[in-house]
Design a protein around this ligand. Structure first.
Ligand code: FAD
Ligand code: NAD
Length: 465
């Protein structure tokens, strides 16, 4: 058995692991990273990037279909368009390929040794990797567990055949005539909307009494309205209980016990993700758990000395930028720098139609924490740029402390608002007050002006409403 030693071993090359390894390598730490599949992990290969590629293709196709139906608001006419989903997927795969190759290149440039294979812990300092050329033993002073997460499977709807997870949905080569989606969260609504635009008849089944229960009702309302306009049937307060024995329709059970069947060519189950804690020797380690996740402290240290954990395997929010930030921090710590988690906010973006952004506290969360707050909300219907983009539904909302005007939350719903998220996070991270946002010149005409106006409104000085 081949054997190597290193200072730092990172298991998993998703956004958490690869960022950790790159920064460690840049800081001169002798680093090895092990990945069983492709560098980039869930995010680059089967998550964030492929889904956004599909969403973009679906938006373009929908605009063309509207034009062909004589419904283009901007006066474009077209003959009936068609989509070749196999070509769309090939385009998506080329983007993924460029990004995963890019990650490999960055790891190499930072002098990180990459091993392709499945890692299994023998103990907290030793890992066996099954590679194509045999088993390799890696001994390390410090290890980082960055194994990520996997889709939750429903016992009565196991994946296989017509029942698919987001991974298979992002590899379909033909648009299903009908699609039933179980779960109206991030994945269910991002992909459900995309397939509705591509021409599938989509039905969404959600256990809670509203869509996107993670966000407040005011933010999710424009999304619900748009789903209705796209012809998506949303069944709330209901659970999928399996496939009918005859015909394979999805059986849905309402809260009162009534059942109904939904005929669907494919059933996308998107009811959450769980940490990847099986199959790599967790039982050989003595790690405390926080529910299903690995428990960490504010430096991503686990309960074992020299063992860190980052990303989805450590808990919510399971977002790529949280994993990356943790990875970068751990690399700095391993290199001897004093770092701990000191972030004021982790932005969340839902790439539905319209998009939702939430950074910091919502008004309800702030009030629940006992704070006196000031809220300013500005609608996109009064924003020139939103009108010229034909995306007037939605608003920007700024939440500030009533005593100091310190901004503690900014949320928005509207077309294209994902790109505003950086400014929202910057304002909160830098401790902006309402006056700072209101007093910053925002270029005209842009969606960003709505942020300035929301701050002005909270100060009682709105100009355009
Ligand atoms: P992962 O990206 O899951 O990477 C873990 C890696 O570890 C994998 O490559 C795996 O193969 C490897 N691994 C596991 N065990 C072993 C082992 N024993 N040996 C070797 N390798 C191993 N987040 C966002 O912020 N924005 C989005 O728009 C977004 N969209 C998403 C869309 C979809 C469809 C999905 C499924 C997720 C999306 N996410 C999004 C979530 C995001 O993908 C995750 O939060 C992120 O990938 C977590 O990074 P990670 O490094 O913790 O783990
Ligand atoms: P989710 O937690 O966002 O949504 C799951 C939904 O399924 C919830 O609304 C829940 O109430 C519902 N549900 C649960 N069990 C059900 C059942 N038996 N029947 C009907 N409904 C049921 O989970 P997801 O959409 O699978 O996404 C997983 C994770 O991936 C997200 O939490 C997020 O961390 C990440 N993600 C992020 C993005 C983004 O940042 N834009 C996009 C996709 C995924």
């Amino acid at each position: 058995m081949k054997e190597i030693s290193c200072k730092l071993l990172v298991v998993g090359a998703g956004p958490g692991g690869y960022v950790c390894a790159i920064r460690a390598g840049q800081l001169g730490v002798d680093t090895v990273i092990v990945e069983a599949k492709k560098p980039g992990g869930t995010c680059l290969t089967i998550g964030c990037i492929p889904s956004k590629a599909l969403i973009h293709a679906a938006e373009e196709f929908e605009a063309a279909r509207l034009a062909a139906a004589g419904k283009s608001a901007v006066g474009i006419t077209l003959a009936e368009p068609a989509i070749d989903l196999a070509k769309t997927m090939a385009w998506k795969d080329r983007i993924v390929g460029r990004l995963t190759t890019g990650v490999s290149g960055l790891l190499k440039k930072a002098n990180v040794k990459s091993i392709h294979g499945h890692a299994r812990f023998r103990d907290g300092k030793t890992v066996e990797v099954e590679t194509e050329t045999g088993t390799q033993l890696v001994r390390a002073e410090t290890v980082v567990i960055a194994t990520g997460s996997v889709a939750v499977e429903l016992p009565h709807l196991p994946f296989g055949g017509a029942v698919i997870s987001s991974t298979e949905a992002l590899s379909l080569t033909a648009v299903p005539e009908s699609l039933a989606v179980v779960g109206a969260g991030y994945i269910g609504l991002e992909l459900g909307t995309a397939f509705a635009k591509l021409g599938s008849r989509v039905t969404v089944v959600e256990a809670m009494d509203r869509i996107l229960p993670l966000y407040d009702a005011e933010l999710s309302r424009p999304v619900a309205k748009r789903l209705a306009a796209l012809g998506v049937d949303v069944i709330l307060g209901a659970k999928a209980s399996g496939l009918a024995s005859k015909g394979g329709a999805l059986v849905v059970e309402a809260a009162d016990g009534a059942t109904r069947e939904i005929a669907a060519e494919k059933v996308l189950v998107a009811v959450g993700r769980r940490p990847a804690v099986q199959g790599w020797g967790l039982e050989e380690l003595d790690l405390d758990r926080a529910g299903p996740f690995i428990r960490i402290d504010d430096r991503c240290r686990t309960s074992m000395r020299g063992v860190y954990a980052i990303g989805d395997v450590t808990g919510e929010p399971m977002l790529a930028h949280r994993a990356m930030t943790q990875g970068e921090m751990v690399a700095e710590i391993v290199a001897g720098n004093r770092r701990s988690w000191d972030k004021r906010c982790i932005p969340a973006v839902c790439f539905t139609d319209p998009e939702i952004v939430s950074v910091g506290l919502s008004p309800d969360e702030a009030k629940a924490g006992g704070r006196e707050i000031r809220v300013g909300q500005f609608p996109f219907s009064a924003n020139g740029r939103a009108m010229t983009r034909h995306g007037e539904d939605g608003f920007v909302r700024v939440v500030a402390r009533a005593d100091s005007n310190l901004v503690i939350g900014i949320q928005a719903v509207g077309q294209g608002v994902s790109e505003l998220s950086a400014g929202f996070a910057l304002a909160i991270e830098m401790g902006a007050r309402l006056e700072d946002i209101a007093g910053t010149i925002h270029a005209h005409p842009t969606l960003g002006e709505a942020v300035q106006e929301a701050a002005l409104k909270a100060l009682g000085q709105a100009l355009h409403i």
